[in-house]
Each structure stands twice: as structure tokens, then as C-alpha cells.
Design a binder for this molecule. Structure first.
Ligand code: C2E
Ligand code: MG
Ligand code: MG
Ligand code: MG
Length: 278
């Protein structure tokens, strides 16, 4: 329990709570206007094919350019946007942005360029039918389904409603691929992965971080890669920061890698310039 402090009887604890609540309220208010003020930007991080260094894929990651806070990372606002439902409109904006960008990547970089976008469980639940809007958006742009990948988390597969599984099936029928993000941090079993016909599995960065020194993580990564390949699933390692991690994963037969070793996420123009200069 909070200790009573000061003459007014307020505890530090209460004051801190009030401050946190105020901060959140400000954030929610700012977030409400952020879309109309065009404060969001999509950044792109390359996904590298480990056997030959080729780059025909990227992950789109949202950023919020706040007038006083600067560039705010999604870790700080996505959960707030999920709690108040704003994630739905923000997510729809992000998808449209990505689709128009993929078209440019395909023209400027590689005809089969593919961009993955994160879609949180809340977006699946609160935006029933969003997948058909997204597919319509692809059609209008004249892009095939496999120009995008939807990144889902293990949490989504834990309690799959008929609504969620229908959305996943609609993506699949349209050729949109599905990636299971942050693998190893949740409770997914092989059964889920088989049932939902996942195309890519992303090993969470916490397993990659100490790969060279931690033999358990080595064993886990090797097992995940073997298992995925048996099921016809490609593996992407997240958070590769060192050449040692890169070499180990390549030896293990990991298909793709993503991380600061190759590149930080960057704005679309810089991304095209970097790859075009290679
Ligand atoms: P995620 O989908 O797992 O994305 C990978 C995160 O790892 C990104 O953080 C990326 O910048 C970071 N990362 C990449 N390489 C490295 C590395 O070598 N070292 C380290 N330490 N980190 C690395 P970011 O951009 O801050 O995004 C955080 C999370 O926010 C994402 O995790 C994703 O869950 C969510 N998110 C981002 N954009 C969107 C979006 O458009 N919609 C939704 N619903 N969620 C998003
Ligand atoms: Mg992701
Ligand atoms: Mg991830
Ligand atoms: Mg994550």
C-alpha cells in the first residue's frame, strides 16, 4: 500500500499514478489527431536472404513523428492505440501506405519485391472485414497477393475465433502470405502452425541476441529451423547484430535474416537509394 506523505495526505505513489495517467491521456489525445495531422511514417528494414545476400523483402515498421517528442517508436504507442481502438484506423492507413510503396519497390528494385506488415490481434478482432478492404486495396493497385505478407503473433493463434480464421483464410485464398512473428515468446504449438498454413516463421530476437554464447539458444534455433523446414516453412531470424550471429544462422540453414548488422529501418526513399546503390 502507498505510504502517506506530506501535509495534503497525498502519497508519492498516488502522485506518480496521476502523472502516469496524465501522460497517457495526453498521448491518447495526441494520438487521436496524429492521423489527420499526417504524423505517421512507415520505415522499411531489409530482410536478407542468407545464402546469397539478396534483398527482395522488407518489413514495414510504423513511426510517429510527434511535434515535441520527436520520432516515437511503436513500442510506446501501439498498445495505447490498441486499448482505445485507434489501432484500426492507424493500421488501415499503414496498409495503404505500404501498398503504394511496394509498387514503387517493385518498379525500382525487383519485380518480386515483397513487404511484410504487422497486424495485431486487436486489429483482427476489432476490424471485422478489414481483410477484404485490404485485398480490394491490392486489387485497385494492380498488385498480386504475394506482394505483401501479414505478420501475426502467436497470441492471435491462441484463441482463434471463426472471424479470425476466416480472415486468415481470405488472405491465403488471395495469395497473401502469413508470417508468425516473435516465435518462441508465446505458447504456439506445432499444431497451430500446421493448422494455419504459415509461410514464414520469425525467430524472436531474444534467441538471437546471445546465440554465440548460449548453447541452449543454439539448440533451440537449430531445432526451430529443422522443424519449420520439415513443414515447408521458411525461417527468418530477427535482430541479427553481429557477424558471428549471421555466420551461425547461415550455417544452420536459416533462410532469411533481419537486423542492425544489415540495416536499421529507414524511410522509403532512403531504403530505395540504399538498395539501388548496391
Ligand atoms: P516486430 O514486428 O517484432 O519488429 C521488429 C522490431 O525489432 C522493430 O522494432 C525493429 O526496429 C527492431 N529491430 C530490428 N533489427 C534489430 C536489431 O538488430 N536489434 C534490435 N535490438 N532491434 C531490432 P520497432 O520498429 O520499434 O517495432 C516494435 C514493434 O511494434 C514491432 O515488433 C511490432 O510488433 C510493432 N509494430 C511496428 N509497426 C507496426 C504496425 O504498422 N502495425 C502494428 N500493429 N504493429 C507494429
Ligand atoms: Mg514484425
Ligand atoms: Mg518480431
Ligand atoms: Mg515484436
Amino acid at each position: 500500500a502507498a505510504k502517506s506523505n506530506g501535509r495534503n495526505g497525498y502519497s508519492y505513489f498516488t502522485v506518480e499514478l496521476q502523472y502516469a495517467a496524465q501522460y497517457r491521456m495526453n498521448m491518447i489525445n495526441d494520438l487521436r489527431n496524429a492521423l489527420s495531422l499526417q504524423q505517421f511514417e512507415m520505415y522499411y528494414q531489409p530482410i536478407v536472404e542468407l545464402k546469397n545476400g539478396g534483398i527482395h523483402k522488407a518489413e514495414a515498421l510504423i513511426r510517429w513523428r510527434h511535434p515535441s517528442k520527436g520520432l516515437v517508436s511503436p513500442g510506446l504507442f501501439i498498445s495505447v492505440a490498441e486499448e482505445n481502438g485507434l489501432i484500426v484506423r492507424i493500421g488501415d492507413w499503414a496498409f495503404r501506405q505500404v501498398v503504394s510503396q511496394v509498387r514503387i519497390f517493385r518498379q525500382a528494385l525487383a519485380a518480386d519485391f515483397q513487404v511484410s506488415i504487422n497486424k495485431s490481434p486487436m486489429q483482427f478482432r476489432q476490424n471485422n472485414g478489414s481483410e477484404s478492404d485490404w485485398l480490394e486495396c491490392l486489387r485497385q493497385m494492380g498488385l498480386p497477393g504475394d506482394s505483401v505478407v501479414i505478420e501475426i503473433t502467436e497470441g492471435l493463434l491462441l484463441d482463434v475465433s471463426p472471424n479470425t480464421s476466416r480472415q486468415l483464410l481470405n488472405y491465403r485464398d488471395a495469395g497473401v502470405q502469413v508470417s508468425l512473428d516473435d516465435f518462441g515468446t508465446g505458447y504456439s504449438s506445432l499444431a497451430y502452425i500446421q493448422k494455419f498454413d504459415i509461410d514464414y516463421l520469425k525467430i524472436d530476437q531474444r534467441f538471437i541476441a546471445n546465440l554465440s554464447t548460449n548453447s541452449t539458444n543454439m539448440a533451440l534455433c537449430e531445432a526451430i529451423i529443422l522443424m519449420a523446414h520439415k513443414l515447408g516453412i521458411k525461417v527468418i531470424a530477427e535482430g541479427i547484430e553481429t557477424e558471428a550471429q549471421h555466420a551461425l544462422l547461415r550455417e544452420m540453414g536459416c533462410d532469411y535474416g533481419q537486423g542492425y548488422l544489415f540495416s536499421r529501418p529507414m524511410p522509403a526513399d532512403d531504403f530505395v537509394a540504399m538498395l539501388a546503390a548496391r
